[in-house]
Write a protein that binds this ligand. Sequence first.
Ligand code: FES
Length: 516
Amino acid sequence: MTNSENLTKSYWIESTPDTDYPALMGDIETEILIVGGGLAGISCAYMLNKEGFRIALIEADHIAQGASGHTTAKITSQHGLIYNKIKTKLGQHLAKQYADANEKAISEIGRIIEEHNIDCNYTRQTAYVFTQQYKYLKEIEEEVEAASSLGIKASFADSLPLPLPVKGAVIFENQAQFHPRKYILSLAQIIGSNVQIYENTRAVDIEEEDDRYVVTTERGNKIRSKRVIMASQYPFYNKHGMYFARLYPKRSYIVAVKAREKFPGGMYINAEDPTRSLRQQDIENGELILVAGSNHNTGQSPDTNIHYEELEEFAKQIFTVEDIPYRWSTQDYDTPDGIPYIGHFTSNTPNLYVATGFLKWGMTNSMVSAMLIRDLIVNGESPWQEVYNPSRKNIIPSAKTFIVENLKVAENLIDGKITPLPHEIELNPGEAKVVKIKGERIGAYKDEEGKIHLVNTTCPHMGCELNWNSAEKSWDCPCHGSRFTYTGEIIEGPAVEPLKFTDDVNTIERLLKDDF
Ligand code: FES
């Protein structure tokens, strides 16, 4: 174990200044409102600002602190083994749209960095998808063929520059990596004089009024806008589109390793499960090797610390690990067919747009979102709109089935953990349990000082039951990925209300009756 054990903090966030944009404190009107200040939202603002629109952007927390502040930041069109899958299922035409969009995104990010001279550790890299199992070799070979047929420079290799034995790999040349927060914060500064950016401003409702939308914030302020772009990972708008039934929250992990050996360059990910991904990052006194993966459904891992340990073990198989100064986790949303939703929110909402479901490939897909939505607004169409169409056929499962399935999983996890302790809550410092008090399900966490914090574990979004995340010390929802601190505050996800909370164990019975 390292001397930095147990710290969960993102290198990207630790190595850049905090942002300090104002919160919205009154009502405003604008032409385009962007909800979400990650890479997708800021990139949309950048593209649309160039077209001369009046733009406001609101972020529930601080910009570039969600998935964009916790990514591996690989700028690549190589999204695992995706091209043969799209080509086989949807045909050459749509596979080509996906390839073109992501290739264009790589070059556009490079162009923006050059145009504005953005200092963000941007380097061109070769990307590899490798396998250590013979049974995936055919898929690797097919991916080389499929990607090549779509115009991507792809080739096969039977070894890697890394000291890691493989059976084969797909190579994509001329991909890239960067420091995502240095890039996003610079972009925000570049647009900052023209785009109104508001932090700590959570959208909680949206309504139609004449030919425009009215978005209400949690402080009750109103933003009136002809167009709204939802770029907040999970759309907060529930009434149409059934996104709650077709976005699946996933968590994944990164350990940032200092090793005796120098990293040979390149960006790597395996084809099989569990996911293992690698890249390096130059830092002031050397380099960090980012080892990522160990994905799982949010709220459905009995002990999330294990995922960090697995990655640490993997790193030690390849390198002489001297320290692990940073480790962090992130959340992304998957879609049933493996393609994001970018475009009109529904087929009946011409002025409401969405960009979500990036399946952990958010760097290029954010830029695709910005270009695609800009084209829809400015030209009424985009060359890639069909493959990313959020209303495409056969991707909407029965909402009932989805919710029931998730509730089942949640119940299964809970079963073994419920402890019938009506008056005493036996916990070690740093530990949490779900307990039943008077038939109610309560989440109890004891902090390092021995103080107990109690929350109602029913998710305020749509009523699923939350589970404890031991590594991040949060209550996580298995249904749509809302996450809360142990004192009930929202960390991320679609919930717009905090959990009901008390830290006074003696008043629990009264609170159960009155407040929970
Ligand atoms: Fe939807 Fe919890 S029920 S996030």
